[in-house]
Design a protein around this ligand. Structure first.
Ligand code: AHM
Ligand code: MG
Length: 334
């Protein structure tokens, strides 16, 4: 066994700063702030079973869904950390109706980046001790420096993301992110509060076999998806594939990335645009998937090529291993 100390996230950020095209240290400071907020949220998620903070907070977000207390907590923690450190000019969150413009003291809107995040995705799973996650997406603003951000800064194509990632609060806590130069995964050592590079340059493996979809909605799926599911279950040419569905996007994506699989959340008769949010969930996962050698589409075009129209818009979402995505696209006549 090697005695070599694994690289910490802090060291990795410093080492890779120079490689980033607009390197001014601002993006590095921003990822550092996310790292800090992630550790605090991790602490809160871990103790959820111990103290009486689980359950509904009573509020209802813009999608008409009830918020869990930890959603609110995680949302506030990320907003506070990013605001206090004065490193972004704007924030949009799945839990906030409107974007937040940030004018740091004495800085006159000089910051370059906006951050969009889903502070605690899959939070209906908290009560049953199933992994949840935070998803984040970072863009350079497109409006002039020195002015307040506008909606246009947030409604950029996913292709324009300069960084994206997630934190999975699982059996161990990991931060997985990309700045457009591959995907790297870091595992938290909770004893000392340090993330270590545990999964360098993550790529989908060969021979994928997992499909992840909520088959409870089968009756409402488009015909092409029904046929594709039948195909996954056929016993020919290396099939049937294996079904795995957690109902927590971060966990489902993470497993498929490591083991090889595809995630599907189609439109249904009741939800013609699907369930997942383009800006907070699909774009960041799509960038990670492409960077790891996979693919992500809405069944018609690449997720990263969709021009968003509203902050909270939803989209059908298909994402994962390229081989399985190609098979799926044959059914969707992509
Ligand atoms: P949330 O943002 O309200 O937590 O909802 C998103 C979650 C995803 O993590 C997951 O992929 C999906 O909802 C599961 O939905 P369903 O219960 O319809 O299968
Ligand atoms: Mg979510």
């Amino acid at each position: 066994m090697s005695n070599k100390q694994p690289k910490t996230l802090g060291e990795f950020i410093i080492e890779n700063q120079a490689a980033f095209p607009y390197s001014s240290g601002e993006l590095s400071r921003l990822i550092n702030a996310i790292r800090l907020a992630a550790k605090v949220v991790n602490h809160e998620v871990n103790k959820a079973g111990l103290v009486d903070i689980i359950g509904q907070a009573g509020g209802v977000n813009i999608q008409g869904e009830e918020q869990q207390k930890l959603d609110v907590l995680a949302n506030n923690l990320f907003i506070q950390t990013l605001t206090n450190r004065e490193i972004v000019c704007g924030i949009a969150s799945e839990e906030e109706d409107h974007f937040i413009s940030i004018n740091s003291k004495n800085k006159d809107y000089q910051n370059n980046y906006v951050v969009l995040f889903d502070p605690l995705d899959g939070s209906s799973n908290i009560d049953v001790n199933v992994s949840v996650g935070t998803i984040f997406s970072i863009y350079r603003r497109i409006t002039p420096i020195g002015t307040p951000v506008t909606l246009a800064d947030f409604l950029q194509r996913g292709r324009a993301q300069v960084a994206a990632g997630y934190i999975i609060y699982g059996t161990s806590t990991m931060l997985v992110y990309t700045t457009g130069d591959g995907v790297n995964g870091f595992t938290l050592n909770p004893a000392i509060g340090t993330f270590y590079l545990s999964h360098p340059q993550m790529q989908f493996p060969k021979n994928p076999k997992i499909y992840s979809i909520n088959e409870g909605h089968y009756a409402y799926f488009p015909e092409a998806i029904k046929k594709y599911l039948k195909y996954c279950q056929d016993s020919v040419e290396g099939r049937p594939y294996t079904a795995r569905y957690i109902g927590s996007l971060v966990s489902d994506f993470h497993r498929n990335l490591i083991k090889g699989g595809i995630f599907l959340y189609p439109e249904t008769a009741q939800a013609p645009k699907g369930k997942l949010r383009l800006l907070y969930e699909c774009n960041p996962m799509a960038l990670l998937a492409e960077q790891a050698g996979g693919d992500a589409t809405n069944g018609k075009i690449a997720i990263l090529d969709i021009l968003p129209e509203t902050l909270h818009e939803r989209t059908p979402f298909y994402c994962g291993h390229k081989k399985m995505m190609t098979e799926l696209h044959r059914f969707l006549k992509f």
